[in-house]
Design a protein around this ligand. Structure first.
Ligand SMILES: Cc1ncc(C[n+]2csc(CCOP(=O)(O)OP(=O)(O)O)c2C)c(N)n1
Ligand SMILES: [Mg+2]
Length: 587
C-alpha cells in the first residue's frame, strides 16, 4: 500500500470523487491539506462568510448532480455552516461538509476555537464520519462522499486537526455508486393497475424526477395517459412549462389550474416526491388535495412513503426506472382513461388559459392593507411598481437555459406563479428550511458548476442584507451572476402576519435602506435601480448580456410598493389573546 500523509490521503480521495471546486474560508486547521489542493486539480473558492460557502456547495450540487464541498476553520468557521447545511438537507443536496476540529490532545480542555462539532449537525446530515484515527482518513472521506450520493443529502467529515499529520499506508477507495431499481414487482403492478382503472389520473412531478433525470420518462407516461402534470412545491423545473400537459406548481402561490385539476383526480401518481406538508396546504382559497383519490407514491427513500399523506400504493424506487416500468405495464393493460383523453385535454387547456388570463389581469393585490399602501405611496416621491407586474415582466425577459434561485419573502413567494422552466436543474428555491439569505450564495455555487448558463437570483430587501456581501465573492472570483432585489422597504412576509393577525401593529418590520445599487458598485459590481415598469425587462436583458459576454455581476434593485400577497401560512398563527389588563389593547 502506498505511503502518504493523512492530508494526502484526504486530498487524493477528494480527487478520486471528481472534486474540482471547494467553497470555504481558509484556516490553519486544514492548511496542510489546503496546500496541495491546487496540484490535485482542486480550486478553493474563498467566500465572504462560511454560510455562503455552504449554500454555494448546495447550489453547485443542485445544478450539477455532483457533490458540493465546503470546508472551514474549526469552531466558529464550522458553526457558521449550520444554517446552510440545514438548508441543503431539505434540498436533498449531496453536500460534503468538511469540518476540521480542535486537536485530539486538547479536546475538552476549553482551548481556542473548541466546540463539539458533531452534535450541531446530527439531525441535518445523512451521515457523520468522524476520523477516529489518522490511518482511517481516506476511508471516512470516501464514505462521506458515498453516503451523500446514496442518501441524497449532506454528510459531515469531522477531522481532529492534528490528524492531518503523520505517515500512513493506505489505498484510496474507489467511489461506490449504487444503481437504483424501479421498485418492488408487486407495488409497481398495483400502481399500473390503479392507473389503468382511473378515469382522471393526475401526475405530480417532484424533486426526485429532477434528481433522477427522469423528465423524459415522466413525459412519456403523462403523454400515454393524457394526464395533467403538476410540479410539486418549488420544483417548477420538474416538467417543461411549454408542454401542453404541464399545469404548474402546487402549493403556496402556485397554479390555480394545477390545483383545480388535481382536486378532480381519482388517482394521483406522486412521482419522486415526499409530499411535504407545506407543499400541499390550501391556497387561493382552494383546499385542493383530493382526499378521496387513490394515491400512488414513488420515492427512493422508503421512509417517505405514506409519511405525510395517506397512500394506496407506495413504490420504493428510482423515479426514472419506476416511470419506465409503470408505462411498460400500462401498455399491457386496458387503460380506461384513454377513452376520454380528448375531453381531458380540452379541460386542461381551458384551466390553463383561465389561470393565465387571471394572472395577466392580476396587476396588484386588492386586500385593504395593500390598497392603503398603494394609495399612500402614490403620494410619495419616487415611483413604486406592483410586484406582480414586475414578476411578469421578468418572466417575459428570462433568457433561455436560465438558472434562477429564490429567497424567502413575500415577493419571492408570489414569484412562484411566474417562474417557469424548460429544463430540470434550473430552479433553486430555499426549500423547506426556508431561510432568508439563501438565494445569492446558492446561485453563485450553481454558476460555478455551470458557467455557460445565465444565473439569476431573486431576493427581498431584508433577505438580501443577510448575504449580499457575497457579491464580493462574485467580483473577486470572477463568477458573474445577476441579482434582483425587490426593494419594498420592509420585512414584508412577516409584516403580512401583523396585518392579518395583529391589527397592523408593526414591530420591527420596516426597513429604511441605502441604495443597493450604490452598495453593489462599491463592491465592484454593476448596480442598477429600476422604478419604471418598462425598464424591468430591458434591465434584466442588459445584465444578462453583461454576465454572459463581459463576465460582469449586476445587482438590479427594483423599487416596489409595500403591497403584500397572501401570507405563508394562516394555519400556523392564532388571533392574540391577552389576559393582563396592561395588554388589553393588544388584541
Ligand atoms: C434566516 C431567517 N430569518 C428570519 C426569517 C423569517 N422571515 C421569513 S420571510 C421574512 C421577511 C422577508 O423580507 P424581505 O426579504 O424584505 O422580502 P419581502 O417579504 O419584503 O418580499 C422573514 C424575516 C427567515 N425565514 N429566515
Ligand atoms: Mg422586503
Amino acid at each position: 500500500m502506498p505511503r502518504m500523509t493523512p492530508s494526502e490521503a484526504m486530498v487524493e480521495t477528494l480527487a478520486a470523487n471528481g472534486v474540482t471546486d471547494i467553497f470555504g474560508i481558509m484556516g490553519s486547521a486544514f492548511m496542510d491539506a489546503m496546500d496541495i489542493f491546487a496540484p490535485a486539480g482542486i480550486r478553493l473558492i474563498p467566500t465572504v462568510h462560511e454560510q455562503g460557502a455552504g449554500h454555494m456547495a448546495d447550489g453547485y450540487a443542485r445544478v450539477s448532480g455532483r457533490h458540493g464541498v465546503c470546508i472551514a476553520q474549526n469552531g466558529p468557521g464550522i458553526t457558521n455552516f449550520v444554517t446552510a447545511i440545514a438548508a441543503a438537507y431539505w434540498a436533498h443536496s449531496p453536500v460534503v461538509c468538511i469540518t476540521p476540529e480542535t486537536g485530539s490532545m486538547t479536546q475538552g480542555l476549553g482551548g481556542f476555537q473548541e466546540a463539539q462539532q458533531l452534535p450541531f449537525f446530527e439531525t441535518i446530515t445523512k451521515y457523520q464520519g468522524h476520523v477516529a484515527n489518522p490511518a482511517r482518513m481516506a476511508e471516512f472521506t470516501a464514505r462521506c462522499f458515498d453516503r451523500a450520493m446514496l442518501e441524497n443529502g449532506p454528510t459531515q467529515l469531522n477531522i481532529p486537526r492534528d490528524f492531518f499529520y503523520g505517515d500512513i499506508n493506505v489505498e484510496i477507495p474507489q467511489p461506490i455508486r449504487i444503481e437504483r431499481g424501479a421498485g418492488g414487482e408487486q407495488s409497481l403492478q398495483q400502481a399500473a393497475t390503479l392507473l389503468a382503472e382511473a378515469r382522471n389520473p393526475v401526475i405530480i412531478s417532484g424533486g426526485g424526477v429532477v434528481m433522477a433525470d427522469a423528465v423524459e420518462e415522466c413525459k412519456a407516461l403523462a403523454e400515454f395517459l393524457g394526464a395533467p402534470v403538476v410540479n410539486s412545491y418549488l420544483h417548477n423545473d420538474s416538467f417543461p412549462a411549454s408542454h401542453p400537459l404541464w399545469c404548474g406548481p402546487l402549493g403556496y402561490q402556485g397554479s390555480k389550474a394545477g390545483m383545480k385539476l388535481i382536486s378532480r383526480a381519482d388517482v394521483v401518481l406522486a412521482l419522486g416526491t415526499r409530499l411535504g406538508p407545506f407543499g400541499t396546504l390550501p391556497q387561493h382559497g382552494l383546499d385542493y388535495w383530493p382526499k378521496q383519490a387513490k394515491i400512488i407514491q414513488v420515492d427512493c427513500d422508503a421512509k417517505m412513503l405514506g409519511l405525510v399523506k395517506k397512500i394506496s400504493v407506495g413504490v420504493c424506487g428510482d423515479a426514472k426506472a419506476a416511470a419506465v416500468s409503470i408505462l411498460e405495464r400500462l401498455q399491457n393493460l386496458n387503460v380506461a382513461c384513454l377513452e376520454n383523453k380528448g375531453a381531458r385535454a380540452s379541460e386542461i387547456a381551458a384551466e390553463k388559459a383561465a389561470w393565465e388570463a387571471e394572472l395577466d389581469q392580476w396587476i396588484h393585490e386588492k386586500d385593504d392593507y395593500s390598497l392603503d399602501m398603494i394609495a399612500e405611496q402614490a403620494e410619495e416621491q419616487g415611483s413604486y411598481l406592483h410586484p406582480r407586474q414586475v414578476l411578469r415582466e421578468l418572466e417575459k425577459a428570462m433568457p433561455e437555459d436560465v438558472m434562477v434561485s429564490t429567497d424567502i419573502g413575500n415577493i419571492n413567494s408570489v414569484a412562484n406563479s411566474y417562474l417557469r422552466f424548460e429544463k430540470p436543474r434550473s430552479f433553486f428555491a430555499a426549500m423547506s428550511f426556508g431561510n432568508c439569505g439563501y438565494a445569492l450564495p446558492t446561485i453563485i455555487g450553481a454558476k460555478t458548476a455551470a458557467p455557460h448558463r445565465p444565473a439569476i437570483s431573486y431576493a427581498g430587501d431584508g433577505a438580501w442584507g443577510m448575504s449580499m456581501m457575497e457579491i464580493m465573492t462574485c467580483v473577486r472570483e470572477h463568477i458573474p451572476v445577476t441579482s434582483i432585489v425587490f426593494h419594498n422597504r420592509q420585512w414584508g412576509a412577516e409584516k403580512k402576519n401583523q396585518v392579518d393577525f395583529y391589527n397592523r401593529r408593526f414591530v420591527a418590520g420596516d426597513l429604511e435602506n441605502p441604495s443597493f445599487a450604490d452598495i453593489a458598485r462599491a463592491m465592484g459590481a454593476e448596480g442598477v435601480t429600476v422604478d419604471k415598469l418598462e425598464d424591468v425587462g430591458p434591465a434584466l436583458k442588459a445584465a444578462i448580456a453583461r454576465q454572459m459576454e463581459e463576465g460582469k455581476t449586476t445587482v438590479i434593485e427594483i423599487m416596489c410598493t409595500r403591497e403584500l400577497g397572501d401570507p405563508f401560512r394562516r394555519d400556523a398563527l392564532s388571533k392574540p389573546v391577552r389576559h393582563l389588563d396592561k395588554y388589553k389593547d393588544y388584541c
